[in-house]
Design a protein around this ligand. Structure first.
Ligand code: NAP
Ligand code: MG
Length: 499
């Protein structure tokens, strides 16, 4: 980082001071645990920073600050004032965008070039969308059957104190997807980043302070999920948990929320089908399907990991996807030419290599990849070669469980009836893809696929105005779009007797 650049000097300060940094009530404070966690660059295995290991007492402090802020002057801010704060924050994120991307790249491995290309709309676009939405929240006037002149209207009020719990695969954007609606609706929040990648969230806290977000409105408590996350999910003074992560932790959050009947929204994982018909434009479908699963090293919740290919083109198509994967430049994400970074951690590396072993033992055929990469300067990082498996049986673990790595199961099919049934034979329901030139096939599958998103002749497109979320075990609630704000609001009915 160039030390003359004020934006990168802020990132440098976050890197060096993160160990003592919980952001509570507008101040940087040390954790009462006195403990630290290591932040590791997964491309090199090197420790790049330490972050505070928050505990339940820190969560109590942060929730109390969020509660005070909820009932303080924040409660009386106008939508236009909140809009101005969000727009200011968006400008600051824009100004510091490269540094935020660099922190994420160093922390969790994603290629800087891809973060810069993809995250701008996903981060800045979202903030500006929610800035607009802040002034669009409204209730209704409702006719009623009461005698006399009784007037009824509804008001949309903030749900209260939110716990935002996020994973490591897109830290800055995941955080912004919670910060935006919190600020737009007038809620307050305690944000718990993933232990593997907290740095950009700490930098966002600093930018929120600069943008004029009042103390206590958004607090950031770093730490491990079983302690800080669980303390938030069970906290009697938290009104809502906005969770993004695995379905297993999502289930534990629902259980923990029962005590005070918190509202919960869950953005969970998947085993998304991507379906390629023989009539598709294969020159588009090959890179689309390949990046739909290898992008972000497969660490994408809606990755198209079950690649159904019509049998007539199966061999050719799968070979082309395999070749595409082999040609991707894998390496340290801070190198500008790299397209695919490492997996986030040693644990994730072991998990993905385990699944590759399981696949082989289950009888799947390795068409390409299937191994760790250790050549040259990859030796100490957590790199796995983009992997394509064939000869898949539907019941195999690799075809049913979320791997969260660059591993795709290529599955042949013969008819639309068959693929419709097999694609839906999963408890998950997050993303899905259809590649065809036939509008009838596209429309039929858009209706019948059990998933929160269907991409036709594209994959994993996102837009701030378009809702994203899951069916079934992929969770409930939506992020993005007008629906997203509903997750942070509750409705009050007011009856006024004017007789
Ligand atoms: P994870 O293990 O579920 O962790 C997610 C967050 O929950 C982390 O901050 C984690 O803390 C915390 N946590 C862990 N145990 C907890 C507990 N008992 N109570 C409360 N919080 C707890 O998921 P991950 O491995 O980080 O991320 C990968 C998963 O996220 C995949 O399943 C992926 O599909 C899903 N995901 C979904 C979406 C979506 O929008 N649908 C987007 C991205 C990722 P620590 O990590 O600090 O322990
Ligand atoms: Mg890390």
């Amino acid at each position: 980082m160039n030390s003359n650049d004020p934006t990168s000097s802020l990132a440098a300060r976050i890197l060096s001071a993160a160990a003592n940094q919980l952001y509570i009530d507008g101040e940087w404070v040390a954790s009462s645990s006195g403990e630290q966690l290591e932040s590791i660059n997964p491309a090199t295995g090197e420790t790049i920073a330490h972050v505070a290991n928050g505990n339940a007492a820190d969560v109590d402090r942060a929730v109390a600050a969020a509660r005070r802020a909820l009932h303080g002057p924040w409660r009386d801010t106008t939508p236009y004032e909140r809009q101005a704060i969000i727009l200011k924050l968006a400008d600051l994120v824009d100004q510091h965008f490269d540094a935020l991307c660099l922190l994420d790249s160093m922390d969790m491995g994603a290629p800087l070039s891809r973060l810069r290309a993809n995250s701008r709309k996903r981060a800045l676009g979202r903030l500006r969308f929610y800035a607009g939405m802040a002034t669009a929240i409204h209730g209704n006037t409702i006719g009623n059957s009461a005698p006399g002149k009784v007037f009824t209207y509804t008001m949309r009020e903030p749900i209260g104190v939110v716990a935002g719990i996020i994973p490591w695969n897109a830290p800055m954007t995941s955080a912004i997807w919670k910060i935006g609606p919190v600020l737009a609706t007038g809620c307050t929040m305690v944000l718990k980043p993933a232990e593997q990648a907290s740095l950009s969230c700490l930098m966002l806290a600093e930018l929120m302070a600069q943008a004029g977000v009042p103390p206590g409105v958004v607090n950031v408590v770093t730490g491990v999920g079983e302690i800080t996350g669980a303390a938030l999910a069970g906290h009697p003074d938290v009104n809502k948990v906005a969770f993004t992560g695995s379905h297993a932790v999502g289930q534990s959050i629902v259980r923990a929320s029962a005590g005070n009947l918190k509202r919960v929204s869950l953005e969970l994982g998947g085993k998304s089908p991507d379906i390629v018909f023989a009539d598709a434009d294969l020159d588009k479908a090959v890179p689309g399907a390949a990046m739909g699963v290898f992008g972000n090293t497969g660490q994408v919740c809606c990755a198209g990991t079950r690649l159904f290919v019509e049998r007539k083109i199966y061999d050719e198509f799968v070979q082309r996807v395999a070749q595409f994967g082999q040609q991707l430049r894998v390496g340290n994400g801070q190198d500008p030419d790299v397209e695919i970074g490492p997996l986030v951690s040693k644990d994730q590396l072991e998990r993905v290599l385990d699944y590759i072993d399981i696949g082989r033992r289950e009888g799947a055929r390795t068409i390409s990849g299937g191994e760790r990469m250790t050549e040259g300067n990859l030796a100490n990082g957590y790199f796995v070669r983009p992997t394509v498996f064939g000869d898949i049986e539907d019941g195999m673990r690799i075809a049913t469980e979320e791997i969260f790595g660059p591993v795709v199961c290529a599955i042949p099919f013969d008819t639309i009836d068959e693929v419709e049934q097999r694609a839906n034979a999963t408890a998950f329901g997050l993303g899905s893809g259809v590649w065809t030139r036939d509008i009838n096939k596209a429309q039929r599958l858009s209706r019948s696929l059990h998933a929160g998103s269907v991409w036709v002749n594209c994959y994993n497109l996102m837009d701030p105005a378009v809702p994203f979320g899951g069916y079934g075990l992929s969770g409930y609630g939506r992020e993005g779009g007008v629906e997203h704000l509903d997750e942070y609001l509750q409705t009050k009915a007011v009856w006024i007797n004017a007789t």
